[in-house]
Ligand binder design. Structure first.
Ligand code: C2E
Ligand code: MG
Ligand code: MG
Length: 732
């Protein structure tokens, strides 16, 4: 480049003439200035030396200078250093060619130090009569470039986010044709990108679910934004069906119209399987596969709602296995579990497909039946269940009969609430068991009342011991030959603060239902042992005392130790104690009973079979049990309708006992006639109201004194019989 003309000032001159010492310069630029003034482009004129001789207002704005500051600036110095050489080269290429121009993108520094992007066209006007310079015509593209760069980086970011995303993604056009898919998507459906682009998702959508895509497509087109989520199934290229959660988003154009769709997806097949499995497990009993409580309650609520809407009745059947614990204890839990599963199978056989079967607890099952005519039909179904259960079960070479009881509670369309239905069935079940097990009982409202009072009574009973409301009464046992009091049966009494005397027939079964029976039992044993130190015997010998044991006490492993301690505490001879158990209890588990009785006998304590004759005992077992006494049940002593037959039975029982060498005690003798009848068949001992009901310890002394001369016995025989009695079958 030639040496630059000397500028007269700095700035992009409007009034260039003043600053270039060229007299006709003003004229030279008049036309260009006129154009430049109104142009929206940058227009700058450079002289031979590359110095600015003119800049229009746009140029002034871009460079941030006043006209004075602009003129005289060296154009090359304004360029970004990295670009100087290149731009200079390009300008030089047109330097000697008038009319030639180059186009370039340049970066320039403004005097204030700002970097700007310009797109310029430089034209050689050196030979132009009025310009004599290089005209630079250009635009500031700084912002545009910045936008462009941002856009590019945005696009790149988006490209990476799409291509590299672990989530399967798809773009579709407005017809839902696939524009692009990412690798994860290809991997998920097993198709390559080429196999998918240009097609729609029916390629891999499970046939039945194609409608879902179409429906969401329409919704998206209709403007449902920002996204639509749904689940559908795909058939992979390899044929495997998977379940996918899809999120369909719509990209909008600036006018807010759908432009294309972006799908982001997730294979939820395994997750769903697991959830289903978990919820199945959460709702089903793993052992039997039957519904569990919460599922049952759910179904019951639904059944109730259906009954209210469409009419019809339903019922809840609560089935309880009789003595299932015995199976577990005897054969172990493995067989116990197998038995429960087998019972569930039988229930399935009886149930209709609409019934809900539930394992309610250890050995309790619930059946929900719907669309029945009422409680009677429910009871019939329950009977069918018991019939089905009646056939013996064969498990691992063992055959058992498992009996059950059923409580039924029905509901009709007017039922307000079914939340208490299971409870009602439970109350009916209690009644079924009370009536002797193996039967069906339908709930009635009066049972509820009974249950409530039973419950409050049980509450009261739990406090009765500590409040001293329980005490022991003693009923004398008489030697029927001599009239002597030889022993006592101890009987528990409860004086309830409001209800007065509550009979043991009522409170003992209550106590049996909870662990309370153990406290009561210990109390009875302790009291009896203590009483033995005070109870008189008419012939001067120490009397024996019998203590009644309930079933659960008898099965208690601690019993022998408890007995031993009670006796030791009061220093009484063990042979004076007789424990009364009913035949039923003793025969429930004969092996266990024999072991226990052996332990008791080893202690010196005797066993008396209570209520004998009512339990259909097997005679061979009777011998094995080695009872020291047998208490003949009141029903033989006071038969409802006395007859030669009933006399014969009584006689045979007594004979049996005598042959076995067992002490026979007749219970419930109330009248002289009954006394004579019992005496007539050679029964040696008896007890009953004829002599006295059970009385408190304090009254016993007087009672025995009064009984000493009591008719109808010939008391004179007593003295004669004394010696032989001591060596008789009974305890002394
Ligand atoms: P159980 O062992 O058969 O007792 C005989 C029952 O007959 C007693 O009734 C007694 O008071 C009553 N009795 C005695 N003589 C006569 C009579 O001449 N006529 C009539 N009608 N009844 C007579 P109680 O005291 O009401 O006891 C009922 C049942 O409660 C007992 O039957 C026994 O099974 C149970 N029990 C009583 N005390 C206890 C106890 O301390 N522990 C346990 N586990 N059960 C007890
Ligand atoms: Mg008894
Ligand atoms: Mg009895």
């Amino acid at each position: 480049m030639d040496a630059p003309e000397e500028p007269t000032g700095r700035g992009l001159g409007i009034n260039v003439a003043q600053r270039l010492s060229d007299p006709d310069v003003a004229d030279r630029f008049t036309a260009l200035e006129a154009v430049g003034h109104h142009s929206s482009d940058l227009i700058v004129v450079l002289n031979h030396g590359g110095f600015v001789v003119y800049g229009n207002p746009v140029a002034q704005t871009i460079f941030g200078v006043t006209p004075e500051e602009g003129v005289g600036l060296n154009a090359l110095e304004l360029l970004h250093p990295e670009e100087r050489e290149r731009v200079a080269g390009r300008i030089l290429s047109i330097y000697d060619t008038p009319g030639a121009s180059v186009r370039d993108a340049v970066r320039v520094y403004t005097p204030s130090g700002e970097l700007k992007d310009l797109e310029v066209v430089v034209t050689n006007f050196f030979d132009h009569p009025s310009i004599h310079g290089l005209v630079v015509n250009g635009q500031d593209v700084t912002q545009r470039n910045r936008d462009q760069r941002e856009l590019t980086s945005l696009a790149e970011r988006f490209r990476v986010a799409f291509a590299e995303n672990m989530a399967p993604m798809t773009f579709t056009d407005l017809e839902d044709r696939i524009i692009d898919v990412n690798d994860a998507m290809c991997e998920m459906v097993g198709y390559s990108r080429e196999e998918l682009v240009g097609h729609d998702s029916t390629v891999f959508t499970y046939a039945e679910d194609v409608g879902i895509t179409e429906e969401t497509h329409l919704r998206a087109l209709a403007g449902e934004t920002p996204r639509i989520r749904y689940v559908k199934r795909y058939r992979r290229k390899d044929g495997r069906v998977i379940t996918v959660e899809v999120s369909r988003a719509t990209a909008l154009d600036p006018e807010g119209r759908p432009q294309y769709f972006i799908f982001s997806e997730r294979d939820v097949t395994d997750e769903r399987k697991m959830t289903a499995e978990l919820s199945k497990r959460a709702l089903h009993d793993p052992l039997t596969g039957l519904a569990n409580r919460s599922l049952f309650e759910d179904r019951l609520a639904q059944a109730h709602a259906r009954a209210r809407r469409h009419g019809g009745c339903g019922a809840v059947l609560l089935i309880d296995l009789d003595d299932f614990k015995g199976v577990n204890d005897t054969y172990g839990h493995v067989i116990g579990d197998e038995l429960l599963a087998a019972i569930a199978d039988r229930l399935r056989r009886v149930a209709r497909s609409t019934d809900t079967l539930c394992r309610f607890g250890g050995d309790e099952f619930l059946v929900l039946v719907e669309e029945i005519t009422g409680a009677e039909e429910a009871a019939a179904i329950a009977e069918r269940i018991l019939e089905e259960m009646a056939a013996p079960f064969s498990l691992r070479g063992t055959t058992f009969v498992q009996r059950a009881s059923v409580g039924v509670a029905a509901f009709d369309p007017t039922a307000e609430d079914v939340a208490t239905l299971v409870q009602s069935a439970d109350i009916a079940l209690y009644e079924a068991k009370r009536q002797g097990r193996g039967r069906v009982v339908v709930f009635t409202p009066s049972m509820h009342q009974e249950a409530v009072s039973r419950f409050t009574l049980a509450q009261d009973l739990s406090r009765a011991l500590e409040r001293g409301e329980l005490w022991m009464a003693y009923q004398p046992i008489i030697d029927l030959a001599t009239g002597a009091v030889v022993g006592y049966e101890s009987l528990m009494r409860w004086r309830h603060p409001e209800r007065g005397a509550v009979p043991p027939d009522v409170f003992i079964p209550l106590a049996e239902q909870s662990n309370l029976i153990y406290d009561l039992g210990a109390f009875a044993l302790g009291a009896a042992a203590e009483a033995m130190t005070r109870l008189p015997r008419s012939d001067g010998y120490p009397p024996y005392v019998t203590v009644n044991l309930s079933a659960r006490q008898f099965h208690d492993r601690n019993l022998p130790e408890l007995v031993r301690q009670a006796l030791a505490a009061h220093d009484v001879a063990p042979h004076r104690l007789l424990l009364e158990i009913t035949e039923g209890v003793a025969l429930e588990d004969i092996a266990e009973s024999l072991t226990l009785i052996e332990e008791l006998v080893a202690l010196g304590v005797g066993v008396a079979l209570d209520d004998f004759g009512t339990g259909f005992s097997s005679l061979s077992y009777l011998v094995q049990l080695r009872p020291r006494a047998i208490k003949v049940d009141q029903s033989f002593v006071r038969p409802a309708a006395p007859s030669p037959q009933s006399d014969a039975i009584l006689e045979l029982i007594i004979l049996l006992g005598r042959k076995l060498g067992v002490m026979m005690i007749a219970e419930g003798i109330e009248t002289p006639e009954q006394y004579h009848r019992v005496r007539g068949v050679n029964c040696r001992y008896g007890q009953g109201y004829l002599w006295s009901a059970a009385v408190g310890l304090d009254e016993v002394e007087d009672l025995v004194a009064r009984l000493d001369e009591f008719p109808p016995i010939d008391h004179s025989r007593r003295r004669r019989g004394r010696v032989s009695e001591r060596h008789g079958a009974g305890p002394d």
